[in-house]
Design a protein around this ligand. Structure first.
Ligand SMILES: *[C@@H]1O[C@H](CO)[C@@H](O)[C@H](O)[C@H]1NC(C)=O
Ligand SMILES: *[C@@H]1O[C@H](CO)[C@@H](O)[C@H](O)[C@H]1NC(C)=O
Ligand SMILES: *[C@@H]1O[C@H](CO)[C@@H](O)[C@H](O)[C@H]1NC(C)=O
Ligand SMILES: [Cu+2]
Ligand SMILES: [Zn+2]
Length: 209
């Protein structure tokens, strides 16, 4: 009798699991658009694959900050992995964001505001309400070196997707990003991360010269 129940539960469980389909990510992967078709909201699984990105930081005037950053995404539904090393910082936390414009002009001010296609307020990388470009802080050691490894499920490296960061700028800031938890209005815009020390434009990674 017990065996029958076990078999019944197994069959129902497997059927239910299959009906639910692949695991969904928590974050909206596309600027909100209710009429998007298909089982993967905002993503056409047959569309172009993610393009690996590379970004070589250029220091703004008065700063010595440099570094190299790689971005990759192991499939259309995978999170974006950001790895690299930033040098020449003061020890401690430094705001690290994707900004809207692919420009490093005028001491990085050409990069414009935080990348924010969903028109949200500034927040922590693990918050539901955040700019797409809010990657929080990187941490520099006593030598001023910040190794980084960020796994982000919000943005993509798929060309043409509204949340693609390709061609946009990465900016490293003077101060700690308060992750939108500050008292003032600026906290909900920039996280009070201060001056822009270095920036770069994310370009497709070329595997050969
Ligand atoms: C960059 O910053 C430096 C020092 O703050 C300033 O002298 C210079 O005019 C700035 N350059 C631009 C293009 O804004
Ligand atoms: C950023 O790009 C937008 C749209 O192209 C443009 O309107 C804006 O002036 C740019 N911002 C800066 C700081 O260059
Ligand atoms: C973005 O949000 C702000 C405040 O929530 C609102 O005032 C503004 O109209 C929104 N802009 C767009 C383009 O939806
Ligand atoms: Cu920033
Ligand atoms: Zn932000």
């Amino acid at each position: 009798m017990n065996l029958i129940w076990v078999c019944l539960f197994a069959v129902v469980g497997v059927t239910y699991g299959a009906r639910r389909g692949p695991r969904q990510l928590y974050y909206p992967r596309v600027a909100y658009s209710p009429q998007l078709p298909g089982p993967y909201p905002g993503i056409n699984p047959y569309a172009a694959l993610p393009v690996p990105g590379f970004c070589k930081l250029v220091s703004a005037s008065g700063s010595q900050v440099t570094g190299e950053i790689y971005l990759q995404q192991r499939g259309p539904l995978a999170p974006v992995e950001i790895t690299g090393m930033v040098f020449g910082l003061t020890p401690g936390l430094h705001g690290f964001h994707i900004h809207q414009n692919g420009s490093v002009a005028d001491n990085c001010s050409g990069a414009g505001p935080h990348f924010n296609p969903n028109n949200q307020t500034h927040g922590a990388p693990n918050a539901m309400i955040r700019h797409a470009g809010d990657f929080g802080n990187i941490i520099a050691d006593p030598y001023g070196i910040a190794p980084l490894r960020i796994i982000d499920p919000y943005v993509t490296l798929i060309t043409g997707n509204p949340l693609s960061v390709l061609g946009r700028a990465i900016v490293v800031h003077e101060k700690e990003d308060d992750l939108g938890k500050g008292e003032d209005e600026e906290s909900k815009k920039t996280g009070n991360a201060g001056k822009r020390l270095a920036c770069c434009v994310i370009e497709p990674l070329k595997f050969y010269a």
